[in-house]
Ligand binder design. Structure first.
Ligand code: F6P
Length: 357
């Protein structure tokens, strides 16, 4: 083992730089050279978009959000946008050629479900790959947590804290829309941490009339304001999630807008003034929390350990108290949603929090 490549793919998440740092330091300390590939797999399409990373290059990046390597959630080399008839091309063989021309022995791929699926395809084509799970959504199968999630929850619960005082002062309903795609982890954890009165997650279809009834009850016992946390993927009974931009070749659908819809409906049904806030990409920015820095560091060091042992086609994973590894094949194409028997849902209901059902 002499030389490994590392790349970051998909949407950024706080902690990416902490993984890169851990990979570079633990590899270099055992005599392995690290090459950083820029902008996800694009770095394998063009060797000019690569650079050697030494411990000097990663000093001071532990606390930085974003990724020093750049990232993209487009540009799947197996299905790349092109000017060819049909508009798509498969450049995977070109990537494999670059991989061998650069004398790389293995590849660390840090990414979410889409990026890990591409990593798995390259593994099946013979590239020794180790995956590192990343997402603020916390929806990757096989790991109890992903770095980025704790930071997103921390930001969202701080935002909810701030909205409490203005909601109370104006006796309003404040609706907060958070990210998470088709999983409700961010909404549920931030909602509970922020003391929300209503939490709507994609896993439980909501009935807006029942929510309005709960808010009227709050009014009756004297709470003249309410906080409603809505996951961007939340959907009404018999309906679907709210889409801001439909999927098109090379692009997944963009969710968003449900917060505005719910705020308007609740204002109409309760007669109480309502406002909505979309936290959006603020949840992905900024410095990772200490929890995410530690998890990211453990993931990065574990990935290098696997490479040194010649264990490929695996994803490092959190399985407290251990960092383990699971087959990439078991992870791809699946989504870890909030289980309906999750004790936090039971606790929320016990406290009188409406889950919209
Ligand atoms: O997967 C992370 C995530 O932030 C989701 O929560 C959100 O739906 C999506 O990415 C937004 O993607 P983009 O940055 O492409 O708008």
């Amino acid at each position: 083992m002499r030389k490994v490549g590392v790349l970051t793919g998909g949407g950024d998440a706080p902690g990416l730089n902490a993984v890169i740092r851990a990979v570079v330091k633990s590899a270099c300390n055992t005599g392995i050279e690290v090459i950083g590939l820029e902008d996800s797999f694009d770095g394998l399409l063009d060797p000019r978009r690569t650079r050697r990373l030494t411990p000097r290059d990663v000093t001071g990046i532990l606390r930085l959000g974003g990724t020093i390597l750049g990232t993209t959630n487009r540009g799947n080399p197996f299905d790349y946008p092109s000017d060819d008839p049909g508009g798509r091309a498969d450049y995977s063989d070109r990537c494999i050629k670059t991989f061998s021309e650069m004398d790389l022995d293995a590849l660390v791929v840090i990414g979410g479900d889409g990026t890990l699926a591409i990593a798995h395809q390259f593994y099946l084509k013979g590239i020794p790959v180790v995956g590192v799970p990343k997402t603020i959504d916390n929806d990757i199968v096989g790991t109890t947590s992903c770095f980025g999630f704790d930071t997103a929850v921390s930001f969202a619960s701080d935002a909810i804290d701030r909205l409490h005082s203005t909601a109370e002062a104006h006796k309003r309903i404040m609706v907060v829309e958070v990210m998470g795609r088709y999983a409700g982890w961010i909404a549920l954890h931030a909602g509970i941490a922020g003391g929300a009165d209503v939490i709507l997650i994609p896993e439980i279809a909501y009935d807006v009339e029942r929510i309005a009834q709960r808010l009227r009850e709050r009014d009756q016992w004297g709470a003249k304001f309410s906080i409603v946390v809505v996951a961007e993927g939340a959907k009404p009974v018999g309906g679907s999630h709210t889409v801001r931009a439909a999927a098109k070749p090379g692009y997944v659908e963009r969710l968003g807008g449900v917060g505005a819809v719910v705020a308007e409906q609740l204002e109409h049904l309760t007669g109480r003034e309502s406002r909505f806030v979309v936290l959006g990409h603020l949840q992905r920015g900024g410095a990772p929390t200490p929890f995410d820095r530690v998890l990211a560091t453990r993931f990065g060091a574990k990935a290098v350990e696997l490479i040194r042992r010649g264990v490929y086609g695996r994803m490092v994973a959190n399985n407290p108290p251990d960092i383990v590894h699971v087959p990439l094949a078991d992870v791809v194409g699946r989504t870890r949603t909030v289980p309906l028997d999750y004790d936090l849902l039971t606790s929320a209901r016990a406290l009188g929090v409406s889950l919209g059902d």
